[in-house]
Design a protein around this ligand. Structure first.
Ligand code: ADP
Length: 331
């Protein structure tokens, strides 16, 4: 983070430090040396395909599982040594929240809160506050079974917030919701992110882009990337080919064009991508180069008398980033 020179550098405090986490389930190594930090005020996305190790990481963070080796500290407390303190700091929304469907929302949250032994007045205050934070006030008298999945997820979030935790750990918080509910829950998470440090897991790349400040990508139990999405895209910038759509001047074949483009300084490889008829017949070429050679390609096309209908760097979407980062690890 760059600060103005008149300000002191204020790197955000590390709230969660995960170091060399290994989790072995019998013969299966679910986590194989996972390390990352989460800073105060961040919404951090733990991203990876199914089976990557996201839930296992979250269960260890929340002290529901012990690691085979490695450490987790939460606000300076070791999760394995000081589990009770860590559970006070963390609110956890597991992937499938066990809710008592025949209970009324208010009673259910009071029931969950009562397990923490709050005095009655304090308990009512905390339930009311959690209900306010997740926007459930109109539904306090509803049976959980009457609620949509999105609103049930809000009950799960209210439950995670009851003890006023500093950090929220949300395991696949939008899984199983319909598109409108997904938008609502994502907005709610962003809102909660203003007052909490959040880790959420997802296998949905678009979700992480919309909700998270930073992403840790895990694949087969290892961290393959850690940074902001901009940083990740920057790191992979040399993987962005140039796409040029050309109506070739008469007498120039596609093979001629490929050969000429191949001769431009800095060009590594040229491919004919496809022909298209819209808006007029032309051919799309892809040019791989370490640098952005769009100006040189435009100058070459003008000199050769080709009409340029399209000229851009192929943007790497999150799917592309994910594939580029994980392809080395694929069997
Ligand atoms: P994710 O949450 O990213 O889908 P998990 O953490 O659930 O991944 O699982 C990581 C790996 O560990 C997977 O290969 C999974 O099959 C395995 N695994 C998870 N839980 C257990 C368990 N209780 N016993 C054996 N293997 C498990």
């Amino acid at each position: 983070m760059t600060e103005s020179s008149s300000l002191q550098s204020t790197a955000p405090a590390t709230v969660i430090a995960v170091r060399d986490l290994v989790k072995q389930y019998d013969t299966k190594t679910a986590l194989d040396g996972v390390s990352f930090d989460v800073h105060a005020g961040e919404i951090m996305g733990l991203l990876g395909p199914n089976g990557a190790g996201k839930s296992t990481t979250m269960k260890i963070l929340t002290t529901y599982l012990t690691a085979t080796s490695g450490s987790v500290t939460v606000d300076g407390h070791d999760a394995q040594v000081d589990a009770i303190k860590v559970r006070e700091i963390l609110g956890y929304l597991p992937e499938s929240t066990p809710l008592y469907a025949d209970m009324v929302v208010w009673d259910y949250l009071r029931y969950v809160g009562a397990m923490r032994n709050y005095p009655k007045a304090e308990l009512d205050k905390r339930v009311a506050e959690a209900i306010r934070m997740v926007g459930l006030h109109e539904y306090v008298g509803f049976q959980i079974s009457q609620l949509s999945k999105g609103y049930r997820q809000r009950v799960g979030l209210a439950q995670a917030l009851l003890h006023n935790p500093k950090v929220l750990i949300l395991d696949e918080p939008t899984s199983g919701l319909d598109p409108n509910q997904i938008i609502e829950i994502r907005n709610l998470i962003r809102e909660l992110g203003k007052s909490h440090t959040i880790i959420l897991s997802s296998h949905n790349l678009a979700e992480v882009r919309q909700v998270c400040d930073r992403v840790v990508i895990i694949h087969r139990g290892k961290v393959v990337a850690d940074g902001t999405l901009d940083e990740l895209e920057g790191r992979l910038a040399s993987n962005h080919p140039i796409v040029v759509g050309l109506q070739l001047s008469s007498g120039t074949s596609k093979a001629d064009a490929v050969a000429q483009l191949q001769g431009l300084p800095g060009v590594d490889k040229v491919l004919v991508s496809h022909d298209t008829q819209v808006p007029v017949p032309h051919t799309i070429f892809e040019i791989e180069a370490q640098d952005d050679l769009r100006a040189q390609v435009a100058a070459w096309a003008a000199k050769q008398g080709h009409t340029v209908l399209e000229l851009r760097r192929k943007s790497m979407d999150l799917e592309g980033i994910f594939q580029a980062l994980t392809q080395d690890n694929q069997a």
